[in-house]
Design a protein around this ligand. Structure first.
Ligand SMILES: [Zn+2]
Length: 470
């Protein structure tokens, strides 16, 4: 039987179209999915949208839409992004899906309750009376609600259900310390362990329906609606069929990909829920940083939010994928700018890769190729590239692949096959490029496919221009 590989992204909140940061998460997960397919694994890749919550409910109302219409509209933008970015996900889960998501989440709740890990308690939180909802620190700017800067954020209390995360605190810390549930890169593991040092506290898992009118009702308590943690995190199970036992084919997840604002929930609450359910923990959580735009933090108020769907109207998917994977070091923040994207496209994709393919295919079509030992290909360090991809250092892997492309370009320049018509030299180039195409296929799948097509048989026909200069 094939070894399985299950990879997920987080599910972004469907209150607006996607921004560039999520595109980064998608392409990182996609590289892993495609790479493991090359390794002949049975890959399942899940993404989707998180659609409940008061914010969606109220924004929908303002726009004169039903909550379901509103989230469906936004969810469709995320789906469109996965298509346009050439993401190879097997399924797209929506938390409003009553057939796929709800039954699994209700089952999870019941199991946590049976275990004695759900109890009722008074919850006190920050509340914006303008938004009519509980807000978190993340929603606020300088302690004020950005939509209602004149209103005071109040502390209000209600009775709701809590999950006994504290019960699992020591176990979680131990598992993470030992890398049994590995957090990469290590700085994010240490960050979580620092947060968890004093012990993890119990978390509120529901809200009164007055404060959360749009969500999955708590079983046997119609006045309570499940809060995001308990509900949305469950998608990693419901998306592969839970509670139907077919989920066992892919669980535990091999890799959860998440942003640095999400790792604590995945390392803490999600691990606690799984321990309570008696299920195996994911093998690894990989954490990516945020993107700034031209050196500045993206924010709605400064109006510098970059929408990947807009970029994809102007640039090929492979160009955007290449840029995101090439310039952002694993686990760190990175900067997005269109100038830098165009530079990478022109200098690396068009000049280096595009030219190599074009010159080689033109000459090979003209003069043919003849088999001989490939000394050129020997200079490609496959082991190193494999290791870098397995360590999620995609930027360095691309660096290595492009260093070999440079070697190929120098080789063609020094051997001058246009003068010598040397079929043996052309053979070495052709077979080196085939290997390059295979290595690049997780990163720039469409272009890699075109290159493979050109060199599929020894009867080579030069193809169209791969990367038009911008
Ligand atoms: Zn507000």
């Amino acid at each position: 039987m094939k070894e399985k590989f299950y990879v997920t992204t987080t599910i972004p909140y469907a209150n607006a179209p996607p921004h560039i940061g999520f595109a980064l998460e998608l392409v990182q997960a996609d590289v892993l999915a495609r790479w493991n397919k090359i390794k002949k694994k049975d890959v399942f890749f899940l993404t989707g949208t998180d659609e409940h919550g008061t914010k969606n409910y109220q924004t929908a109302k303002k726009q004169g839409l039903s909550p379901k219409e509103f989230v469906s509209k936004n969810s469709s933008y995320f789906k469109e992004l996965t298509n346009k970015l050439n993401i190879s996900n097997n399924y797209f889960i929506r938390t409003t899906d009553k057939k796929v998501h709800w039954p699994g989440v209700i089952e999870i709740w019941k199991k946590l309750k049976e275990k004695g890990d759900i109890y009722k308690k008074k919850y006190t939180g920050s509340y914006c009376s303008g938004c009519e909802r509980f807000v978190t620190e993340k929603d606020l700017e300088n302690g004020k609600c950005p939509d209602h800067p004149n209103l005071k954020i109040e502390e209000i209390s209600e009775e709701n259900y809590f999950f006994k995360l504290s019960k699992y605190s020591n176990e979680i810390k131990e598992i993470i310390e030992k890398d049994e549930y590995k957090i990469s890169p290590t700085k994010w593991k240490n960050d979580f362990l620092g947060l968890a040092k004093e012990g993890l506290t119990d978390v509120s898992f529901s809200r009164n329906v007055k404060h959360l009118p749009w969500g999955i009702p708590v079983p046997e308590d119609e006045n309570q609606i499940m809060y995001v943690w308990c509900e949305a995190l469950g998608n990693y199970l419901t998306g592969i069929g839970y509670p139907d036992k077919k989920y066992k084919k892919y669980w535990p997840a091999d890799v959860h990909v998440a942003g640095k604002d999400m790792h604590r929930f995945h390392a803490g609450i999600w691990a606690g829920m799984l321990l309570s359910l008696g299920l195996p923990l994911p093998k690894e959580l990989i954490v990516h940083g945020f993107l700034t735009v031209n050196g500045k933090k993206m924010s709605k108020s400064t109006g510098n939010v970059v929408a990947p769907l807009e970029l994809l109207k102007k640039y090929p998917a492979d160009t955007l994928r290449y840029f995101l994977l090439r310039v952002i070091p694993f686990g760190d923040d990175g900067d997005f700018s269109e100038t830098a994207l165009i530079d990478r496209h022109n200098n690396e994709l068009a000049n280096k890769l595009g030219n190599l393919v074009s010159r080689t295919s033109t000459l090979a079509e003209k003069y043919g190729i003849e088999k001989n030992p490939n000394t050129l290909l020997k200079q490609l360090n496959l082991k190193k590239i494999d290791k870098l991809i397995n360590n999620y250092e995609f930027d360095k892997a691309l660096n290595e692949i492009f260093a070999f492309i440079d070697i190929c370009n120098e080789f063609i320049q020094s051997k001058k096959p246009w003068e010598t018509h040397d079929k043996k030299i052309l053979y070495q180039l052709v077979h080196s490029i085939k290997e390059i195409a295979k290595l690049l296929s997780p990163f720039i799948p469409e272009s890699a496919e075109k290159i493979s097509e050109i060199f599929k048989t020894d009867n080579i026909k030069k193809g169209e221009i791969l990367f038009k200069k911008i």
